[in-house]
Design a protein around this ligand. Structure first.
Ligand code: HH2
Length: 274
């Protein structure tokens, strides 16, 4: 039997200011072409985001997020049954996206952003990603502090899962995400968190890992690498996630990551067979 290989979630940014492929996918036709390309490259989930979480990024009103997302969701739904994830903190946006055919609410605020987030997730009955973040997107990198980053992230995620279930979200709909880069020191927090991922996996929910092109890769590699020059580090971190048993990795470079994961799984399988 093939070892459990994480699923590949391909990122489609519909934001004009996203750090790694800013502005290039703003227009619906370009976004659809990008999504199709990710699917043919091997993406098993698509994550659509219309508001950047980058520190300093301009807030986007719900109507603008919806106007950016809906044409793409509808177009994709007409041609594929791939799982569509929507990266938003706003319940109104999640409602509109699920009505148009999305199936996963990826909420970097872990359903804390709006007072009705928990109730909306329960009512929608969709899958939901609960991500750890210390602070708010605008200021989270100012001075993040932890005594024990792995324990604190695990405790937060267990609490949010409990809150979601208490609000009526079914256990089997819940994913957890350690939130690499969200209120974490570049190396002092992100690296121990990645080293301790097995403890997040041990909470018993599928884990989503987002490491693709993130700044800690540049910090480890000398400090001057722009996002598109972080592929090697992105793959290394995705493989660390695979070894820890994560269920999915959120990536920009789908083809290369899918290949790395296939080779990783094939080697693991050969080791077991031999
Ligand atoms: N990272 C980013 C955005 N959304 N969602 C989850 N669940 N996990 C993550 O690690 C995560 C996320 C940031 O990456 P990106 O989308 O490339 O940038 P931007 O936020 O500027 O769109």
């Amino acid at each position: 039997m093939e070892p459990a290989r994480p699923r590949v979630m391909g990122i489609v940014n519909l934001t004009p200011d996203s750090f790694s492929d800013g502005g290039r996918h703003l227009h619906a036709a370009a976004a659809l072409a990008r999504a199709r390309r990710l699917l043919s490259d091997g993406a098993e989930i698509l994550d659509l985001g219309a508001e950047s979480t980058r520190p300093g990024a301009a807030p986007v009103p719900a109507e603008v997020e919806i106007a950016r997302l809906l044409p793409l969701i509808s177009a994709l739904r007409a041609e594929t049954d791939v799982l569509i994830s929507v990266d938003t903190m706003k319940p109104q946006v999640a409602r509109a996206a699920m009505a148009a055919g999305a199936g996963l609410w990826n909420d970097v605020s872990a359903l804390r952003h709006a007072p009705d987030s928990l109730a909306a997730a329960a009512e929608l009955g969709c899958q939901v990603v609960l991500m750890h973040m210390q602070g708010e997107p605008a200021t989270m990198q100012a001075e993040p502090r932890y005594d024990d980053v792995v324990s604190e992230v695990a405790e937060f995620l267990a609490d949010r899962a409990a809150a979601a279930m208490a609000a009526g979200v079914a256990r089997e709909k819940i994913w957890l995400d350690p939130g690499v880069g969200f209120g974490k020191h570049m190396t002092r927090h992100n690296l121990p968190l990645l080293a301790g991922l097995d403890r997040i996996v041990a909470l018993g929910f599928p884990v989503l890992l987002g490491v693709s092109r993130k700044s800690f890769i540049s910090a480890v590699d000398g400090g001057q690498r722009p996002p598109e020059a972080r592929l090697g580090g992105s793959i290394a971190a995705a493989l660390a996630g695979a070894a820890a048993g994560v269920a999915a990795v959120r990536v920009h470079d789908v083809r290369e990551t899918a290949q790395a994961l296939k080779v990783w799984a094939a080697i693991a399988q050969a080791g077991r067979a031999g």
